[in-house]
Design a protein around this ligand. Structure first.
Ligand SMILES: [Zn+2]
Length: 75
């Protein structure tokens, strides 16, 4: 599903490379174990967004759903 979403978003965006480059600047960090992974690698898309946000989703390290923080790498 996430890969499909990435392709769809890229199709809708005027500059698909910019969407990927922007998405790669974001990290997903598990609030429970601190495990970090790249948003784009995880199948996510984030473009022209600011600040960080919380999301509830699966953590590969915990092996279950956790509260995750989505934030820019430069944070
Ligand atoms: Zn975790």
């Amino acid at each position: 599903m996430p890969r499909f979403w990435q392709r769809l978003t890229q199709k809708l965006m005027p500059d698909p490379d910019a969407v990927e480059a922007e998405s790669r600047k974001w990290q997903i960090t598990c609030k429970t174990c601190g495990h970090s992974r790249n948003l784009w690698e995880a199948g996510g898309v984030r473009y022209k967004a600011k600040g960080s946000k919380s999301s509830y989703g699966p953590c590969p390290e915990c092996g279950r759903k956790r509260w995750l923080r989505i934030h820019k790498v430069s944070d």
